[in-house]
Design a protein around this ligand. Structure first.
Ligand code: APR
Length: 174
């Protein structure tokens, strides 16, 4: 099955996909940024479901229902806090993408949207984060699975341009 990578600029909570990914913290009990927006839009039932999950380690991912969102599921992953780059931040960010995609595939999901994990409050440099996101996703999709569409949902035009350049560049390579 051929999978497609797409970019969008906008608010991830509005997307009608099988799963949106949340850039959460290890408590899984909400926060600011995209995490706060998702919890506000999904409603208190999401927090109640998250309380049952016993948190999540950096780089790992857990799935819940989408509750009041259009998205059927939310995949919560915890990105690394940027600390200069010598504390395994790149590998941990890669694991966020790979583990989220694996969870989506295990549930037979076809469409998934990611925010720019770790690039807000957690301060991961945006260029490097985008490279890791696209590379990890393309590598994962080399093995056939249920996923047909991956959307990189960027809040800023600058982030979207980064992803577009990377995806176009890879098309030209291939
Ligand atoms: N839709 C899409 N992207 C968004 C949205 C939204 N509604 N809101 C914010 N973003 C973007 C930010 O612009 C940034 O590019 O998501 C990216 C990630 O930023 P953060 O939400 O700050 O996430 P992160 O850097 O991974 O930090 C995680 O923030 O509040 C929390 O609980 C969360 O403690 C955790 C930390």
């Amino acid at each position: 099955m051929i999978s497609q990578l797409q970019t969008l600029q906008g608010d991830i909570i509005s997307l009608d996909v099988d799963a949106i990914v949340n850039a959460a913290n290890s408590s899984l009990l909400g926060g600011g940024g995209v995490d706060g927006a998702i919890h506000r839009a999904a409603g208190p039932e999401l927090l109640a479901e998250c309380r049952m999950l016993n948190g999540c380690r950096t780089g790992e991912a857990k799935i819940t229902k989408g509750h009041r969102l259009k998205a059927k599921h939310i995949i919560h992953t915890v990105g690394p806090v940027w600390n200069g780059g010598r504390n395994g931040e790149a590998d941990k960010l890669r694991a966020c993408y790979t583990n989220s995609l694996r969870l989506a595939a295990e549930h037979g999901l076809q469409s998934i949207a990611f925010p720019c994990i770790s690039t807000g409050v957690y301060r991961f440099p945006a260029d490097q984060a985008a490279e890791i996101a696209v590379d990890a996703t393309q590598t994962f999709l080399e093995t056939p699975c249920s996923i047909q569409r991956v959307i990189f949902c960027c809040f800023s035009a600058a982030d979207r341009a980064r992803y577009e350049a990377l995806i176009d560049g890879k098309k030209m390579d291939g």
